[in-house]
Design a protein. Structure first.
Length: 366
């Protein structure tokens, strides 16, 4: 299987399956000297691990990370950083019935067509547990960005028809509400909505928003390595993401240019924009404003209502899925979106170091 690696200078390769012995990631290209400890990684993994709320899968996993290489005396060495998380609560027998048929909304059929067979236990490589490696790597990227005072904040913007009131934005609520909404009142409404979905043996989707602050102008390349293009690829590579918006996104398609253009002005000797419809990126290059993106997440396809499908013998059948599944993916995917955004911004930061000759001369004192 190709396509398990991402990045140009800061490269990550994830490995492992939902019901295998372990999952992990190798991070290559991280500069030497970055302070890093296990707790930095674990804090991110704890935000996505299962079994923490009534609106997530009941599967219990500690998701305890083991750092195998690339760290010495609390700092990165500049060599590949390898990390591992062991699976401890696989219930593979729950998936025996789907070995011979295709679950609607899942990658069962497409994996069979592409590879000729598949690991049907929990989705194998297409499981949401694949994101463990992304989050572990994203924690390192966020730590690197913090050295440059670049801050990321991701949160649930909506669940089903329930949206947050941005006038009630509470950063702390992102970490304390089970929905990862920054609005406690909206979270309570969303929890009621999800409870109704669960009683109906159904699921829900939603929207995740991520804001990146203090990004310097100049990150990204103007053609095939556009910053917004790479962010879109990074976010769309997450399972269940069906659309990505940068800035005002699809709303810009119905505006006039006079409404959509962000005016420039000087303030304290700096060029700034008076609005940010572009979401912090112009021509594929960061403009110094906050980068704003949204990821649209489909409803969890594993629902307990009977569904029509086919088996490998070409027969039409009715399928009732068993096992432990999230009624909504969004809250646990918030940190995944944040991680993939961090990896993309950090990679662009490293790539930009060689964009100008004067930068290289300063680096090598020439």
């Amino acid at each position: 299987m190709s396509g398990s690696s991402y990045g140009n200078i800061l490269q990550v390769t994830t490995w492992g399956e939902s019901h295998g012995a372990a999952l992990g990631v190798v991070v290559d290209g991280c500069p030497a000297g970055l302070p890093l400890k296990t707790d930095d990684i674990q804090a991110y993994l704890d935000r996505r691990k299962p079994g923490q709320t009534k609106i997530s899968t009941p599967r219990k996993e500690a998701d305890a990370v083991e750092i195998l290489s690339g760290i010495f005396e609390g700092r990165t060495t500049g060599t590949p950083i390898s990390m591992l998380v062991r699976n401890t609560s696989q219930h593979s027998a729950d998936y025996g019935e789907i070995a011979n048929c295709y679950r609607p909304g899942h990658a069962d059929y497409t994996f069979d067509i592409k590879y000729g067979f598949r690991d049907y236990r929990g989705g194998g490589r297409s499981s949401g547990r694949e994101t463990i490696g992304r989050v572990a790597a994203g924690a390192i990227a966020a730590k690197l960005l913090d050295e440059f005072n670049i801050k990321l904040t991701a949160y649930t913007k909506s669940i089903g028809p329930i949206s947050v009131d941005m006038n009630k934005f509470d950063r702390q609520a992102i970490l304390t509400t089970p929905t990862c909404m920054p609005d406690t009142e909206a979270s309570i409404k969303a929890e009621t909505y999800l409870a109704d979905c669960m009683r109906s043996y159904d699921s829900a989707g939603g929207v995740i928003e991520c804001v990146v602050e203090n990004v310097p102008a100049g990150l990204g390349e103007p053609v095939f390595e556009k910053l917004d293009a790479n962010l879109s690829k990074a976010i769309m590579s997450i399972g269940a993401i069906k659309a990505v918006e940068i800035g005002d996104g699809i709303e810009t398609a119905i505006r006039h240019g006079s409404e959509n253009n962000d005016a420039f002005r000087m303030e304290n000797g700096r060029v700034i924009k008076t609005t940010n419809h572009a979401g912090g990126i112009l021509g594929g290059i960061s403009d110094g404003s906050n980068i704003v993106l949204r990821a649209y997440v489909k409803p969890t396809p594993s629902i307990f209502s009977p569904q029509k499908t086919v088996n490998k013998q070409g027969e039409n059948i009715e399928l009732s899925i068993k096992g432990r599944h999230d009624p909504i993916i969004v809250p646990r995917a918030v940190v995944v979106v944040e991680s993939m955004t961090a990896l993309t911004i950090a990679d662009a930061l490293l790539m930009n170091a060689s964009a100008r000759l004067d930068n290289l001369k300063r680096l090598y004192d020439r």
